[in-house]
Design a binder for this molecule. Structure first.
Ligand SMILES: Cc1ncc(COP(=O)(O)O)c(C=O)c1O
Length: 351
């Protein structure tokens, strides 16, 4: 295609590259994209099967109304404070459509979720990344930036860093525009900042069913916030952005609290165990409040070579090769069996 066909903003564009998804049947140990190691609730599977019938010829509810109502009831909010998306990523895209256009500044700390930067390019907004401070904490420049739109991820990815509510509130209270708090991993952390919604009308919280509800393949995310912010998202969303099976899955998943608790407890327990094991192998392990560990291999090991050697053994982790996190790995918390395979392979590779 002649380059001139592309809009100017996209010439030389570096897109977001999702983690590798090898074919399911090949039996990889997949610790690279922060999926749940445990399956979804059996009630969710039953509900999806029951819904996979004649009604699929009809469009879904444009507002995903049953899911909005169930999520609102779960959090003790009004349905007007909930919006649904085709995964959290869809909601992040909707935030750009609604709140940041050509020339507007969009601020976020780095390193963080690498989707924000390419979305700035697509929407011709000006990316304002602020390098993290000591211990991957948010830098003070982030609160001082008067961007129209700010993104913070808590716990952050890929670092796993947890920031207390007071740190979130400082950013939200001083902001001149909308602050999007991405809580994709919050169920594995001490607490959510949902309580801040009562005080701050410029705060939008994003959540996903992809991690702690084990539904990454269904693509369901939701936003919680002031009815005016939610209405703004609704005006820019795709007409039917959440399909019929996703809507019923969301309702069944949010109503099965005990299955959700079991997934979270498993991940939190395994996270502590894997952190100890990697520390014993002389890895540097950053404190993590998420469903992954951010680690650096022992001094002398070449990170890229270690990641390649794991890949040869059909074990996938996320390896970073760009500063400031060149040489770091992000390893999703898996099952005990997956961890044993990983540790066995690392012992072999590192000698
Ligand atoms: C920080 C963060 N936000 C949002 C998402 C998107 O999740 P999904 O689109 O699967 O809901 C991810 C996925 O890994 C993530 O790491």
């Amino acid at each position: 295609m002649p380059e001139g066909f592309l809009k100017k903003a996209l010439r030389g564009f570096e897109p977001y590259v999702p983690g590798e998804q090898p074919p399911d049947e090949e039996g990889w140990v997949k610790l690279n994209t922060n999926e749940s190691p445990l399956p979804p609730s059996p009630n969710v599977i039953k509900t999806i099967k029951a819904a996979a019938g004649d009604s699929l010829r009809l469009y879904p509810s444009p507002t995903a109304a049953p899911a909005r109502a169930a999520i609102a009831a779960h959090f003790g909010l009004q349905p007007s404070m909930v919006a649904l998306g085709n995964g959290g990523d869809d909601l992040i895209e909707m935030c750009f459509r609604a709140f940041a256009g050509k020339g507007d500044h969009v601020a976020y700390p780095t390193p963080t979720y690498p989707l924000f930067e390419p979305l700035c390019t697509i929407h011709e907004a000006v990316a304002a990344p602020h390098p993290c401070a000591e211990g991957w904490s948010w830098p003070k420049e982030l609160a001082e930036d008067h961007a129209r739109l700010k993104f913070i991820v808590n716990p952050n990815s890929p670092t796993g860093t947890w920031s207390p509510e007071s740190a979130v509130e400082e950013i939200v209270a001083t902001a001149k525009g909308v602050v999007v708090l991405d809580e994709a991993y919050v169920d594995f952390a001490p607490e959510s900042c949902i309580g801040l919604l009562e005080k701050h009308r410029n705060l939008l919280i994003l959540r996903t069913f992809s991690k702690s509800y084990a539904l990454a393949g269904m693509r369901i995310g939701f936003a919680l916030g002031d009815p005016d912010l939610i209405a703004a998202l609704d005006t820019v969303k795709d007409s039917y952005n959440v399909d019929r099976l996703a809507i019923v899955a969301a309702v069944a998943a949010i109503q099965d609290g005990s299955h959700h608790r079991a997934i979270v407890d498993h991940v939190v327990g395994e996270r502590a165990w894997l952190a100890d094991q990697l520390t014993a192998l002389r890895f540097e392990v950053a404190p993590s409040a998420a469903n992954f560990l951010f680690v650096q291999p022992p001094p002398g090991a070449v990170a890229a070579a270690v990641a390649d050697a794991l890949r040869e053994r059909q074990i996938l982790i996320r390896h970073y090769d760009r500063e400031p996190i060149a040489g770091w790995f992000r390893i999703t918390i898996g099952t005990l069996n997956q961890h044993e395979q990983l540790l066995g392979a690392l012992k072999e590779i590192l000698g």
